[in-house]
Ligand binder design. Structure first.
Ligand code: SF4
Length: 104
């Protein structure tokens, strides 16, 4: 049976607000969504714990992720200088998740 997209779940380790520490958006406020599970094994990976799906991973639906992002945005709204949330979908491998098309 195929679940409707908004009821499909993916494993996450954490969703949190912080300032970006690398690349194009360095220094800017962002909401981070850290998936659990990754098949890539990059040699520069700084979150090795996120490459596996351990018991600490929490399975969330698309709606739950959107609600959490919305809450984090509201809590930190004044820090978002452009008036809109900026969200990072990070590893684990976010492109390897069943509902990836609804996230990106
Ligand atoms: S979590 Fe990111 S950096 Fe780490 S192995 Fe996966 S894709 Fe590479």
């Amino acid at each position: 049976m195929t679940l409707p997209l908004h009821k499909t779940q993916a494993p996450f380790y954490e969703l949190f607000f912080s300032f970006q520490g690398e690349a194009l958006y360095t220094g800017l406020p962002q909401i981070f969504t850290r998936f659990a599970g990754c098949n890539l094994k990059c040699n520069y990976c700084d979150t090795a714990y996120s490459t596996i799906i351990s018991k600490k991973a929490k399975y969330l639906t698309v709606d739950e992720v959107i609600n959490k992002i919305d809450l984090l945005y509201k809590e930190n709204k004044k820090k978002f200088v452009f008036g809109k949330p900026s969200v990072v979908f990070t590893g684990g491998e976010s492109l390897n998740m069943r509902y990836r098309n609804s996230c990106i």
